[in-house]
Ligand binder design. Structure first.
Ligand code: GUN
Length: 298
């Protein structure tokens, strides 16, 4: 048997087209574009690529993009002052501070400073609390994108056994909350979990978000299970090659023989993250401007 391939790239393109339609309608109603601000501190090459990609897709969807690139030696007070300025700016509906920040900065204090109304990353204690309480709010982009792919693939998730591998604030914890809200029976596994392979073998849904290349093997997967691979890891370059291959946290070749459906890396979860970020910014824009948006429209 060979698994269905979940095409996140195509799903994200469809979502962006819908966002562009709603962004145009928003601009007519509000008399301004929805706006997303992205803050990058330092010169981390991967972060620079993400931030450029975010800005490009924001503009392509008909929204305003505000980019703030600060030097690596930026101080805490200066960064907090920028967040305050963006919180107060009526043209800015969403604020994303690219993580990780340089080590001398207090990441938690910076995130907590973001207005919950503009928290498109869903990382403030208010957003996190609302998710845990089952209240509407802004949800972290990668887990929400993963959930969209799962619901598109499976329809109702009610009663399914879901195992989330990884307990990060950005992915594992919010993913577990979202699956719980869909009435899954949720297990959060992590680096200390005993008999991890056996735990994963019980899962109808596996979400792998640990950042370890090809850790989840084919014989860990229950036949027919749906596998969402959040990992993006670059292997060391092969002899003579400039760059190593990109792989996920799942051994794709093995798992695809057993799973019912699986996301590839690249082209699975990855493209969903920015699309959902734009979605979150547009949802925030409607709320901030007092423009109605039908529940579940985006
Ligand atoms: N760095 C890697 N992924 C993310 C993300 O989703 N949000 C932020 N703010 N930083 C990141």
């Amino acid at each position: 048997m060979s698994a269905a391939v979940i095409d996140g790239k195509a799903f994200a393109a469809t979502l962006r087209a819908r966002i562009a339609d709603f962004a145009a309608t928003f601009e007519q109603s509000a008399g301004r574009k929805a706006g997303l601000a992205v803050v990058l501190v330092g010169e981390d090459p991967a972060s620079q690529v993400y931030v450029a990609s975010k800005a490009k897709q924001t503009v392509e969807c008909g929204m305003a993009s505000f980019e703030h690139r600060l030097p690596a030696e930026t101080g805490q007070a200066e960064l907090i002052a920028l967040v305050d300025q963006l919180n107060a700016d009526p043209a800015v509906d969403g604020i994303l501070v690219q993580l990780p920040l340089p080590a001398h900065l207090d990441e938690q204090a910076v995130v907590e400073r973001i207005s919950p109304d503009k928290d498109v990353d869903g990382l403030t204690p208010i957003s996190t609390g609302r998710l845990a309480l089952g209240l509407p709010g802004l949800v972290p982009c990668t887990p929400l994108g993963s959930l969209m792919l799962l619901k598109d693939q499976l329809g109702s998730l009610s009663g399914l056994n879901a195992v989330v591998i990884g307990r990060s604030i950005l992915v594992g914890k919010p993913m577990a909350q979202l699956l719980l809200a869909e009435s899954c029976t949720v297990t959060i596994a992590h680096s200390r979990t005993k008999d991890l392979a056996d735990v994963v073998r019980r899962a109808d849904i596996v979400v792998a978000a640990v950042g370890r290349p090809e850790m989840v093997k084919g014989d860990w997967i229950k036949p027919g299970a749906t596998v969402i691979d959040v990992g993006i890891n670059r292997l060391p370059p092969a002899e003579g090659a400039a760059k190593g291959r990109l792989v996920g946290d799942v051994d794709y070749a093995e798992a695809a023989q057993v799973a019912g459906a699986i996301t590839p890396v690249p082209g699975g979860v990855g493209p969903m993250t920015i699309a959902v970020l734009l979605r979150n910014a547009l949802v925030a824009a409607h709320r901030n401007a007092g423009v109605a948006l039908a529940e579940g429209a985006l």
